[in-house]
Design a protein around this ligand. Structure first.
Ligand code: TRP
Length: 362
């Protein structure tokens, strides 16, 4: 698909343009309508959707709906993974049944990560952190692609039967030239996305990053040809990596992210050394002309992750722009916020360990 490869994620420069050319609807009308939404939704990280009106109606009329989403367990859990899970927790509170999967099959097929290692990462890095962030084990089904959900046989057959509902031409139009193992991953993902319907829940939402858009289209095509309901999607942009507004956090590049295991000192070091600044080159210039908060990573992380209070965020924005707030000071605000969050999170995580054992997963 033009400009999007789900296995080689590039930061998108112009999301509005992308949405226009690829037929994704704007999410902006829903932002104000959703009550008590997480910061990722309120501050506009979730930009696009397909058929969200069905989900909105289910919420308003208290009708049954499910969330299904997943992550490829490929490395440490970092703040780039927050946007998905915050949304999942939000919808769980609204009563949705949650299906969460770890794409260990995809990790082995396309990243060459062995199943055993992928599972360990999925449990220790992902599921444990999800629980510590507030995901509840009630009304949740967590599964691995290799061992499948409760109805494993149907799930496994679904991913294979889906192959009869597409053609190489369509696959090429959606994904470009792909390898057989990527095609298997796509068919498996389509089965993931349709799976809640096998358990009788026909209204489903899959929150994902924009990079997953080809999978969204593929699974919707297959769903309609197999007489399932069309799965709904929301698409969020990526929280930028430390190197700048158009970079991404990448598991293979520790200087691009803050991980949930980084110590206080490491957080301080990384932010001071790497967080891209929108400030001016010299102190005098900065004080005179002010900085640009909208390209400054410290500001953007406060906006999308840590500063919940709109008034405070606006003040920081104005002060940085006027030059009265210096880059070093802005970084200090962020460092303090991250460390306060992580200290609390680490305490929560110890409590969540017991809960993790209850899952009894192999
Ligand atoms: N492809 C996704 C990733 O790279 C993982 C995934 C597999 C997924 N199945 C899914 C995401 C179903 C959403 C829904 O992270």
């Amino acid at each position: 698909m033009k400009g999007i490869d789900p296995w080689d994620v590039k930061e998108v420069k112009d999301y509005n343009e992308l949405m226009k050319t690829l037929g994704v609807d704007s999410f902006s009308n829903y932002i104000k309508k959703l009550k008590d939404a997480p910061i990722e939704i309120r501050r506009g990280l979730v930009l696009g959707h397909k058929d969200f009106s069905k989900i909105y109606e289910s919420i308003a009329k208290k009708k049954k709906f499910a969330i299904l989403t997943g992550l490829m367990p490929s490395g440490t859990f970092h703040f780039g993974h927050m946007s998905v899970i915050s949304q999942v927790i939000y919808y769980q509170k609204l009563g949705a049944k949650i299906y969460l999967l770890a794409a260990d099959l995809e990790a082995e097929l396309v990243r060459n990560i062995k199943e055993k290692d992928a599972k360990k990462i999925a449990l220790e890095e992902y599921l444990l952190n999800y629980l510590a962030l507030g995901l509840k084990s009630k009304n949740l089904e967590f599964y691995f692609q290799t061992t499948g959900p409760k109805k494993f046989k149907e799930y496994s057959n679904l991913s294979k039967l889906a192959s009869a509902k597409t053609t190489f031409n369509e696959v090429k139009a959606i994904y470009g030239e792909i390898t057989p193992q990527k095609l298997i991953s796509s068919l498996t993902q389509a089965a993931d996305i349709i799976y809640p319907q096998l358990e009788g829940i026909s209204t489903t939402l899959t929150p994902v990053g924009f990079d997953q858009l080809p999978h969204a289209n593929f699974s919707r095509d297959i769903a309609s040809r197999m007489n399932f309901s069309l799965p709904c999607f929301t698409f969020h942009k990526l929280i930028p990596g430390l190197q700048g507004p158009n970079t991404k956090m990448s598991s293979s590049k520790p200087e691009s992210y803050i991980s949930f295991d980084d110590s206080e000192k490491e957080v301080e070091r990384k932010i001071k050394k790497y967080a891209f600044s929108g400030g001016k080159a010299t102190l005098a210039e900065h004080k005179k002309h002010g900085g640009n908060p909208d390209i400054d990573i410290s500001f953007l992380w406060l906006k999308y992750l840590f500063e919940d209070n709109d008034k405070k965020l606006n003040e920081i924005h104005a002060d940085y722009k006027s030059g009265s707030l210096l880059t070093g000071e802005l970084k200090e605000i962020l460092i303090e916020k991250i460390n306060a969050f992580l200290n609390q999170h680490r305490r929560n995580r110890e409590k969540s360990r017991k809960e993790l054992n209850k899952f009894n997963l192999q």
